[in-house]
Design a protein around this ligand. Structure first.
Ligand SMILES: Nc1ncnc2c1ncn2[C@@H]1O[C@H](COP(=O)(O)OP(=O)(O)OP(=O)(O)O)[C@@H](O)[C@H]1O
Length: 317
């Protein structure tokens, strides 16, 4: 395995020109990003942050205003066709012929990239997506979740090595979302590199190896998920006390604790996701040593969502 990035984006910019009642919009503002082979990369950002434009630029749907994109070492501006043939895109919007039967539609997608028909491979893809029994159905007759699976099947029909999923689970129910996560995990296990955009922070938290946060066309952070959580994550421990506490006793002075307004709660806040177990253990030991009876201990670690809100808030503020 080589350590070259599978995708290298440098200084990517895109401004949509002004139209009748809309001023010009800078959707991408000097984006640098490298995607590593084999990873799942989650691109998070609020509505209108530039996620779809970024994916569109890589997949040839949006013409960038500036910057370069290299995929598989190929310059997308020069070798677009060869690079695009190895990229799959699951778009946000349903963009298929509703009257076309599933099998035909998915087979067509393979043909679009000049590959020879491979009925056995198409069958494999449809079976993996639980669509084989629906192969003869018109796409328009399928449920919303099934339609979304067809989009994934179409994106996989030419066996891409790099797959973009633009909000794969927007508007699907919780069960289907879990199925999608499982499927995306399986694709990664088969060696497919995956870039997904999402509004669901839990999706990134569940699946991503690395996370990028885009805000107003700028990537404001790109980091390993675990490192991001460790850097910005917070742990709050709330200890329910058996009896009200006046001041903080000397035994607890070494800890970053406060007494809650109800005097019955002791609150300890630490930053970083690591090392809090030891702090909690020492706190419990100190409580027992100081004869402070407690009835409950609740630990809350901040989620990617908390981190995202903080990052975007910091940038906006
Ligand atoms: N074809 C277009 N013409 C003009 N402006 C556009 C066009 N496509 C996107 N924009 C604008 O560019 C900005 C970025 O849009 P984009 O769709 O890339 O964001 P996004 O992060 O994918 O948003 P969402 O999460 O809502 O899908 C927005 O302000 C949007 O209105």
């Amino acid at each position: 395995m080589t350590s070259d990035p599978i995708l290298a984006i440098r200084g990517l910019g895109k401004t949509y020109p002004a139209r009748a009642n809309t001023p010009a919009t800078t959707a991408l503002d000097g984006v640098d990003l490298e995607i590593r082979r084999g990873e799942i990369f989650a691109l998070l950002g609020p509505n209108g942050a530039g996620k779809t434009t970024l994916i569109g630029a890589v997949c040839g749907l949006v013409r960038p205003g500036s910057g370069t994109i290299h995929a598989f070492g190929l310059d997308m501006a020069r070798d677009w066709r060869a690079a695009r043939a190895r990229i799959g895109l699951v778009p946000q919007e349903l963009s298929v012929d509703m009257f076309e039967p599933v099998l035909l539609s998915v087979s067509h997608s393979r043909g679009l990239f000049g590959l020879a028909p491979d009925p056995a491979r198409i069958e494999q893809i449809l079976r993996a997506l639980s669509l084989w029994d629906k192969r003869g159905a018109r796409i328009g007759e399928l449920s919303g979740g099934m339609k979304r699976r067809v989009l994934i099947a179409k994106a996989l029909a030419h066996d891409p090595a790099l797959l973009f999923l633009d909000e794969p689970t927007a508007g699907v129910d919780v069960e289907l979302r879990r199925d999608m996560w499982q499927l995306i995990g399986q694709l990664r296990d088969q060696g497919v590199t995956i870039v997904l955009t999402t509004h669901y922070i839990e999706e990134a938290e569940e699946m991503a190896d690395r996370v990028g946060v885009i805000h107003r066309g700028k990537l404001i952070v790109v980091e390993e998920k675990a490192a991001l959580m460790a850097r910005l994550g917070r742990t709050e421990v709330r200890v329910g006390l058996a009896e009200p506490l006046g001041a903080i006793p000397a035994a607890l002075a070494p800890f970053p604790v406060q007494v809650g307004d109800d005097r019955l709660t002791l609150i300890l806040r630490t930053t970083g996701a690591q090392g809090h177990e030891r702090t909690i253990a020492s706190l419990v030991k100190a409580l027992v040593g100081a004869d402070i009876a407690f009835t409950a201990l609740d630990v809350h670690q901040s989620s990617l969502e908390d981190i995202f809100v903080e990052l975007v808030g910091r940038k906006a503020g």
